[in-house]
Structure formats: C-alpha cells, structure tokens
Design a protein around this ligand. Structure first.
Ligand SMILES: [Zn+2]
Length: 104
C-alpha cells in the first residue's frame, strides 16, 4: 500500500514497523523519520491513526496492550466500512438489530 509519492522512508517500511513506533520501541532517529513520513504521507498517517485508536480502545477495555488479532481486524474493518462511505455506515455507527424497537 502506498500513496504513490516518493518518500525518504518507504511506506512499506513505515507500515512494517508501525507497532514499534506505537510502542516506542524504536530509536529516536527512526521515530523522527517516521514522524516526518506521516507529515507528508496521509495514507500512512491515517493508518497510524487507526492503529493508535485501536490500541487505545483495547487498552481501555481490556486493560492490556495486546490487541487480539480478531478484535483488531473487526475494529479495522468497521472503521474502513464507515470511511468508505457505505450507506448507513457513515454517521450511523450503531445499527439496531432487525426487529428492534425504533426510537424516533
Ligand atoms: Zn507512506
């Protein structure tokens, strides 16, 4: 995945090490490179924002840092669905189950 723009740091490299960046498990010099990349590459920034949001959410709900792969996939899929402008998805985060009483 790439935005097609040339960057000093390759998009794939950034995405490969996204979790190390999030967990502050990388040298300062690399962090600076990543931050620079996020400034000029919105697809990577968006991906970073998503990962960060998921991580925070899981930490708050489960009390630990490890995001279970299935939960992560579920949340990411949901966010991507909303962002893709799926009718009924945008702005309507919670869909009532069929047959549920409608509040008007
Ligand atoms: Zn990028």
């Amino acid at each position: 995945m790439s935005c097609g723009e040339p960057h000093e740091t390759d998009c794939s490299e950034v995405l490969d090490h996204l979790y190390e960046f999030l967990d502050s498990e990388m040298p300062e010099v690399d962090r600076t490179k990543f931050e620079h990349h996020f400034e000029e590459c919105s697809p990577c920034l968006e991906k970073y924002g998503l990962e960060q949001a998921v991580k925070k959410l899981v930490k708050r709900c489960c009390g630990h840092d490890d995001v279970p792969a299935d939960l992560r996939a579920k949340v990411m899929g949901r966010i991507q669905l909303i962002r893709s402008g799926d009718p009924g998805g945008a702005g309507r985060d919670v869909m009532p189950p069929p047959g549920a009483p409608q509040e008007t």
